[in-house]
Design a protein around this ligand. Structure first.
Ligand code: ACO
Length: 448
């Protein structure tokens, strides 16, 4: 199989959201801390009728319907998620309801979990399968689904929720440059979920930022090595048209792209002109560790990278800024933003993606885009996803209502024997929602 990659995409995020500006005021944070400091506009969250299973049921059903894919044509289904509802039963098995109905139970794959990286692991599994000798000619399907919620405190505004479904096969408009991959995996306690009775993570915020940037540097280093071996010339930022980052909050994305430019300076790469060289020069003697701590370097890099950021990164930031951190779906929601914003200009472009999951696992990889043929074309993907329409039809909750919802969800986490309000008035037609968890913890869903 040639040009294996993403043929089709669908995104779902809850219609319920809270404005960061309002949350900031409610939390007593200084004005601008969430909107400018973190760079976030709005945050989506699940109410008691939605969860990672309902969101993924919605995304998968909608993808199959909108691209007219017969469920029998799916041969592999992989889910990436870090939202644990059951320690044994995979989310994938819940999604099998859709396929069983059509008589298809011959579908490989289960769930992958490591913080925000599980979706990338799932995606690689599907792409590798289509490229392998065990491929049976059918499509792969990848689902990234998460509800990111934090305890009250500084991390709470970096929540979010979404599910993304991606159809995988050959001759894709979004094709993998499979040889171009750099990974970095190591042991860290930056963000983890050791308390199985709580949905909230334990987070060392500052450490998680440094781990993220160190992983970025290392992945970029390996990525560049591989490119140089393959192409016989140096790689620099100018060799890619867009950069897409895992997006816990937008400020980290700004810092990450700035960091790549500094990496190019250190490597003496062609993307750095004389003016940039002069600005970076005072920092050329910093050790690696010092460079992560230097506020001056951070400021200068962001300033130097601003025009390139506007061209190569800004078009990828819409959904993460509007919906928040979607954990496994976050990187792919950023990529979906690019398709939404630029679909008619993307043919022939190279896009570099950086996936990061705390704990930690990270990979930088490359995609090559072409327009493709209906229904698997970039323009059709943009129109099916209807990002603008979905963002517009949301319902803003007051911060008090958001906090109240979080309290109810804490209570419901791991609970049994309850029925939900079944209030689906805010959901659009076709959306799945949770109706009941019975005395055996079995979960029941309905479709609006
Ligand atoms: N106006 C403008 N900017 C402001 C204001 C203001 N009034 N107040 C603060 N800021 C800026 C700060 O200067 C800082 O920016 P900087 O980093 O450029 O200096 C930014 O806002 C955040 O302020 P901090 O005081 O650093 O924020 P705090 O420590 O309270 O929390 C954090 C931020 C650590 C990101 C927290 O939200 C968190 O722990 N989030 C979850 C962890 C996370 O997402 N990590 C990322 C990788 S791991 C993952 O994906 C889960």
């Amino acid at each position: 199989a040639k040009n294996v990659g993403i043929l089709a995409m669908e995104i779902y995020f809850p219609p319920t959201c809270v404005q960061q500006e309002a949350l900031e005021a409610h939390d007593g944070a200084s004005k601008g801390k969430y909107t400018i400091g973190l760079g976030q506009d709005c945050m989506a969250f699940c109410t008691e009728v939605e969860d990672v299973i309902s969101m993924s049921l919605t995304a998968v059903t909608s993808l199959l319907e909108n691209y007219k894919i017969d469920p029998k044509q799916i041969g592999r289904l992989e889910v990436g998620s870090e939202t644990v509802i059951d320690k044994s039963k995979s989310i994938k098995t819940f999604l099998m309801q859709i396929f069983e109905k059509c008589g298809n139970t011959d579908i490989e794959g289960v769930d992958s979990t490591n913080a925000c990286y599980g979706g990338t692991a799932a995606l690689f599994n599907c792409v590798n399968w289509v490229e392998s000798s065990s491929w049976d000619g059918r499509y792969g399907l990848v689902v990234c689904t998460d509800s990111a919620v934090y305890a009250e405190g500084p991390a709470r505004p970096t929540g979010g929720a979404a599910a993304i479904a991606m159809l995988i096969g050959p001759d894709a408009p979004i094709a993998f440059e499979s040889k171009l991959r750099g990974s970095h995996m190591s042991h860290a306690y930056d963000f983890y979920k050791p308390n199985l009775a709580s949905e909230y993570p334990v987070v060392d915020g500052k450490l998680s930022q440094t781990c993220y940037l160190m992983a970025l540097d290392t992945c970029y280093k390996y990525f560049c090595h591989k490119y140089e071996k393959l192409e016989g010339k140096q790689f620099s930022i100018s060799d890619a048209d867009y950069f897409v980052f895992h997006s816990p909050y937008n400020k980290l994305v700004q810092k990450s792209f700035a960091r790549l430019l500094f990496d190019d300076f250190v490597r003496n790469a062609s993307s750095i002109d004389d003016a940039a060289k002069e600005k970076f020069a005072p920092f050329s003697t910093l050790t690696g560790d010092e460079s992560y701590q230097s506020r001056d370097l951070e400021k200068v890099s962001q300033q130097v990278s601003k025009p390139l950021y506007d061209a190569k990164v800004q078009p990828t930031t819409l959904i993460p800024k509007q919906v928040g951190n979607m954990y496994t779906a976050s990187l792919y929601a950023a990529f979906a933003s690019l398709i939404h914003n630029k679909n008619s200009e993307l043919a022939g472009k190279r896009v570099i993606l950086f996936s990061y999951g705390s704990g930690l696992t990270a990979t930088m990889f490359s995609l090559r885009l072409q327009e493709g043929q209906h229904p698997f074309s970039l323009s059709n993907i943009a129109s099916v996803m209807n990002v603008g329409g979905k963002l517009k039809s949301r319902h803003e909750f007051a911060p008090e209502k958001f906090v109240e919802t979080m309290k109810l969800m804490e209570h419901r986490y791991g609970a049994k024997d309850f029925v939900t309000s079944k209030d689906c008035s805010l959901l659009s037609p076709g959306t799945y929602y949770l109706t009941e968890v019975d005395s055996m913890y079995r979960r029941f869903y309905a479709k609006k």
